[in-house]
Write a protein that binds this ligand. Structure first.
Ligand code: ASP
Length: 344
């Protein structure tokens, strides 16, 4: 079956693919960005992820490789909301979403993917080895296995099992408030936030964008989505233009928070378009947060959304609906957490 699919894909698409000059759309990187390379990523899990990305960036490597390696650290760690250790859906299965995009508008994503440890790497294979952008569910899993990714056991991590058992007591399906504050109400709010033994909180999606030493941008985004979600629910993270967008001529953006509300405004793409109109990354993130707040009205109180952006001139900015969103930054001179500004 896989072979037949491969054959069809090759015969139908390969001639079209070779006809397009890969670099046709590539725009020259901005010269003179002093603080490059730069990598930024969502939440405090971003600090460790940035370290892995920095190894590649500081050695002159490509932003694309950096954003893949960076978020793989979070995917492999015990985390309530990223990777196979994360909280399951309401039927008890962990389902993962991820996307990746490079400086040439190449992009790939997977959604509703089960039993694969590194969905971000499968997203990259979709980008590089198929003529498609997105594969979902069993098809994404079959593709991953055909590409040599091991099928991991269908088993919850002890932390996720505990959280799921707690959730089952009420089995209450209440869509979020999610990750509002750094005080225990994050980790998908009523969907059992996870607290480490040292008292720090485990956060949500990891979105990462980076500029390499050549001035080129790339981004990645990976998540298990909302904990105890409806089976089959897909959020913003694997949707190119919602959870992630990169335009080398302008900038890159990623998001975290209530995916449904990011999707309805094509969030990350909208932020990049505002940057194209001349807004700084922070102003652009703020503009789209304001749009979401306007759409949601009173209900904006109940949700968190945050955008994190990097311009092609090396400027970084973020904005959230509520306070409590922070991001990790590493550049030529800094390694730190930054608290984003917010609407309230
Ligand atoms: N944006 C993710 C989703 O809706 C979740 C999150 O970032 O908290 O799937």
């Amino acid at each position: 079956m896989i072979n037949r699919r491969k054959f069809i894909m090759t015969s139908v698409f390969s001639s079209a693919a070779v006809a397009v000059n890969k670099n046709f759309f590539a725009k020259p990187a901005v010269i003179g960005v002093k603080n490059k390379p730069i990598v930024i990523s969502t939440w405090d899990t971003g600090l460790e992820a940035n370290k892995a990305a920095w190894k590649i960036l500081s050695a002159g490597g490509r932003a694309l490789d950096a954003v893949e390696s960076g978020v793989m650290v979070t995917e492999a760690s015990q985390n309530c909301c990223v990777g196979l250790g994360a909280n399951p859906d309401r039927d008890g299965f962990v389902t993962l979403d991820a996307s990746i995009m490079d400086e040439n508008f190449n992009c790939g994503s997977v959604a509703f993917l089960e039993r694969i440890k590194h969905p971000i790497s499968v997203a990259r294979r979709v980008m590089e080895k198929t003529p498609h952008v997105m594969l979902v569910g069993i098809g994404a899993q079959e593709f991953a296995v055909a590409e040599g990714f091991p099928l991991e056991p269908q088993k919850l991590s002890p932390e996720a099992q505990k959280a799921y058992n707690e959730w089952l007591k009420k089995s209450e399906y209440k869509p979020p408030p999610i990750n509002i504050e750094n005080t225990g109400n994050q980790g998908h709010g009523p969907f059992a936030p996870t607290r480490y033994d040292d008292g720090t909180w485990n956060h949500d999606t990891i979105g990462m964008v980076a500029m390499d030493a050549h001035g080129n941008l790339s981004g990645s985004c990976t998540t298990s989505g909302a904990g105890f979600k409806m089976r089959g629910r897909v959020g913003d993270s694997p949707i190119i233009g919602a959870g992630l967008y990169v335009d080398n001529e302008v900038g890159a953006c990623t998001s975290t928070g209530q995916g449904e509300d990011v999707i309805r405004v094509a969030g990350s793409h909208s932020v990049v378009e505002c940057m194209r109109q001349g807004l700084s990354p922070e102003e652009a993130c703020k503009k789209i947060i304001e749009r979401i707040v306007k759409i949601k009205g009173e209900k904006a109180k109940e949700i968190q959304v945050a955008f994190l952006a990097l311009s092609n001139t090396g400027e970084v900015g973020a904005f959230a609906i509520h306070k409590g969103f922070s991001y990790a930054l590493r550049d030529n001179g800094n390694e730190k957490m930054v608290n984003a500004k917010s609407f309230d």
